[in-house]
Design a protein around this ligand. Structure first.
Ligand code: DAH
Length: 354
């Protein structure tokens, strides 16, 4: 019995991995192992012998089993130690240069515009990019036959023949959000509506998708003077120039009466654009007093309320402020361009102090 004990405990200690250990277990205390064979011999012994040998065999079996368990735990510990040693990581090493993204100029400028108008008490509203032609046109005093529909290069959504639903378009401007805001907030109201708009056009200053911001203020006695002040204040803050000069030029939009396009004084001397000086004028937005038909479309009584509205290209004012020459590059996702014109994630939108 002692020989058996020495032999198997020796083998357990010598086993270098779990497979070897399993071999030892089978040979020693498995069903056909040596200890089991010995137990079978008990049947042939006298009762006295059996009483003596039986418990010793059982004790031997237990001793080998616990030696195997201990060895197994030791092997596992060693394996874990080995892993910890080889997978060791020095967390104090300097990190690799961060591959950081940038804030797109359109996002940055949208934030800037929002911050400036928020200071003047304007809330922000959004509307759907897929609009019914009623919101995009009719409600804005652009009836079916109106030439403005053709001028807008509208993307119409395909319809199955016999579809009774109203025709849908990709909105051509943010003006439909005027109507949706009037419907939800009524009068008085002050709101800006930034967002994507779509027109079938493509050249250096036009892309099929671009961004506008609509503005609207409705109250009992809003006038063109309020509109002028508001836009001048905005431009001074946005372009960070006190010397900004605007020119309100009589124009026509179906949704405003009277209407004005707004130009900003600039110079192109030496091929670079400078705002606030020189003898040139650059158009930056359309505006006017909201047409009574439009107020009525939004459920507002034009005999009681009046308001101004304006629409401005976000990409366009981003190009002007940050000297970006080609609009198409805005949407090319060229990493070099994004790195050059993008803004750091923590760069707060600039806000003119004066
Ligand atoms: N919706 C016009 C456009 O996309 C811009 C515009 C002009 C908006 C005059 C207005 C406005 O609210 O009063 O060309």
């Amino acid at each position: 019995m002692d020989d058996l004990r020495d032999k198997y405990l020796g083998q357990v200690t010598a086993a270098g991995d779990e497979a070897a250990l399993e071999q030892v277990r089978l040979a020693a205390i498995g069903k056909k192992g040596e200890v089991a064979l010995k137990m079978r011999e008990l049947g042939r012994m006298t009762p006295e012998e059996r009483q003596q040998v039986g418990p010793r065999l059982n004790a031997l079996k237990d001793e080998i089993a616990s030696a195997i368990a201990a060895r197994k735990a030791a092997l596992e510990d060693a394996a874990l130690d080995e892993r910890l040693r080889t997978e060791w990581l020095d967390v104090t090493l300097p990190v690799r240069a961060r591959r950081h993204g940038t804030i797109h100029p359109v996002s940055q400028v949208t934030e800037e515009v929002t911050a400036i108008f928020a200071d003047m008490g304007f809330a922000v509203a959004e509307g759907p990019q897929i609009e019914t032609d009623w919101y995009n046109f009719d409600a804005l005093n652009i009836p079916g036959h109106h030439p403005a529909r053709a001028e807008m290069d509208t993307f119409y959504l395909a319809r199955a023949e016999g579809d009774a639903r109203p025709p849908h378009v990709l909105r051509t401007h943010t003006s439909p959000v005027q109507i949706r805001s009037m419907e939800t907030t009524g009068a008085p109201t002050r709101v800006i509506c930034p967002g994507r708009v779509y027109r079938a056009d493509y050249d250096q200053t036009h892309t099929p998708m671009f961004h506008q911001v609509e503005g609207m203020a409705i109250d009992r006695d809003i006038s063109m003077a309020n509109l002028k002040w508001c836009l001048e204040e905005f431009c001074r803050a946005f372009f960070e120039l006190d010397g900004i000069e605007l020119r309100f030029r009589a124009s026509h939009f179906p949704f405003t009466e009277p209407s004005a396009e707004v130009d900003i004084r600039c110079s192109w001397e030496g091929g670079t654009l400078k705002l606030g000086e020189g003898d040139d004028w650059l158009e930056i937005l359309g505006s006017g007093m909201i047409h009574p038909h439009v107020l009525r479309s939004g459920g507002i009584d034009p005999d009681e309320w009046q308001g101004f509205a304006f629409g401005m290209g976000i990409d366009r004012i981003a190009m002007l402020k940050y000297g970006i020459p080609d609009l198409r590059a805005f949407f090319d996702s060229d990493l070099r361009w994004l790195k050059h014109y993008g803004f750091g994630a923590l760069a707060a939108p600039t806000r003119h102090a004066g």
